[in-house]
Design a protein around this ligand. Structure first.
Ligand code: FAD
Ligand code: MG
Length: 356
């Protein structure tokens, strides 16, 4: 009996040692610059190292497909062939991204428009040549924007832009798509706990963090320079999350703030009255990461009333938190209950129109 107890103790001791030191559940974390942002991939589990390494390689691969700076990328080739009538054969991932973008362009009457590139380039927000263009320049660029002039051919996985001068800008959707692709790799390696973080604006949280609790994502204060200042905290588990704001890529002129989210119908930064939009989508939803990314951009353009109304038409598992310029917090679905440490600066906006 004594021997058996000794054996059991030995087994327990080895098991404890192994879980701590054999690497089975040791968290792995790697960071790199991808898509002009710092990406950090974390995972734990037996295949964490392989998942993170493969995930990072995949991100670099995807960047090559959608980068506006590489002449051989799919989006650059589309732009080069614009107006020629020729179809451009795309990687399946890029074709899928364009198909989802077109679906939401139709659903939002062009509030999300992946062909907004001529306007994005004209304003140059976030670059060293940002400026307020003349109305005639805006009108000219607007003629080259229009999701209906991007044609897709599902059979051949190809696309074409109907007019010369048109272009595709995946800045409002590609990071979400990239998060989905890394999530697939995590699934293949059996990763249950991990965080895929693309610069804080798009992420995917799986399972629990190193303290065995849901991941805690801080929603950044939209008017404080210190990125660590939060307006709320959102516990996140098995969900994708994206945030769009007017506080990172913007310039000021004549006392006005010009941010990088363009209302293609107006040809200018969306005057929706919002400062930030955060959207989550359940892991069980197809394209969860891509949906959160494109939806934050879309809802930012639509504004709080139309944006929350639109979110309520979407499949269950998607919810949003919007902060407007009066520090009113607009939420959909269960978001109000989920948010923690909500700043006293914020007032919850209720559908009745009353502030709480
Ligand atoms: P979100 O807030 O989700 O969306 C805003 C972005 O979407 C805008 O910046 C614009 O790109 C696009 N957009 C604006 N209005 C609309 C609309 N109505 N409908 C659809 N899309 C819209 N930036 C650099 O400065 N240098 C680089 O070298 C560079 N390389 C990049 C390479 C890749 C592959 C990608 C995907 C992006 C790159 N970017 C680069 C960043 C890019 O230009 C955007 O600024 C960035 O993706 C915005 O991220 P976000 O999460 O804040 O966007
Ligand atoms: Mg977005």
């Amino acid at each position: 009996m004594k021997r058996l107890r000794g054996f059991c103790l030995m087994v327990l001791f080895c098991a404890a040692l192994c879980s701590w030191g054999c690497g089975a559940d040791k968290p792995v974390q790697k960071s790199d610059m991808v898509m002009d942002t710092v990406v950090t991939l974390s995972a734990s589990g037996a295949e964490a190292e392989a998942a993170v390494t493969e995930g990072m390689a995949r991100l670099h691969e995807l960047e090559k497909m959608v980068s506006p700076n590489l002449p051989a990328s799919d989006v650059s080739r589309l732009e080069q062939m614009a107006g020629s009538g020729h179809w451009v054969v795309l990687h399946p991932e890029v074709y899928h991204l364009l198909a989802v973008a077109q679906d939401y362009a139709a659903k939002t009457n062009g509030a999300f428009d992946i062909t907004a590139k001529p306007l994005v380039d004209l304003w140059g927000i976030g670059t060293d040549h940002s400026r307020v263009p003349a109305p005639a320049e805006i009108a000219k660029a607007q003629k080259l924007v229009g999701w209906q002039k991007l044609e897709l051919n599902e059979k051949t996985h190809s696309a074409r832009l109907l007019e010369a001068g048109m272009g595709v800008d995946a800045g409002g959707i590609a990071k979400g798509m990239a998060a989905d692709e890394v999530r697939k790799i995590y699934r293949k390696h059996g990763i249950k706990n991990g965080l895929i973080n693309l610069g804080g604006s798009s992420m995917y949280a799986l399972g629990v963090n190193n303290e065995d609790k849901p991941w805690r994502i801080g929603l950044r204060h939209p008017r404080k320079d210190d990125a660590k200042e939060k307006i709320a905290v959102l516990p996140l588990s098995d969900e994708a999350l994206s945030t769009s704001g007017d506080y990172e890529r913007f310039f000021e002129s004549g006392g006005q703030r010009y941010h990088h989210i363009i209302d293609p119908r107006l040809g200018r930064p969306a005057p929706s009255g919002l400062m930030s939009v955060t959207i989550t989508a359940a892991d069980k939803l197809e394209d969860a990461g891509m949906l959160t990314d494109l939806l934050t951009t879309t809802v930012f353009v639509l504004g709080p009333e139309q944006g929350t109304r639109f979110l309520r038409t979407l499949p269950a598992g998607i919810s949003g938190a919007l902060v407007d310029k009066r520090y009113q917090l607009w939420t959909t679905h269960d978001m109000a209950q989920r948010l923690e440490e909500v700043s006293k600066e914020l007032q919850f906006w209720q559908e009745s129109g009353e502030l709480q």
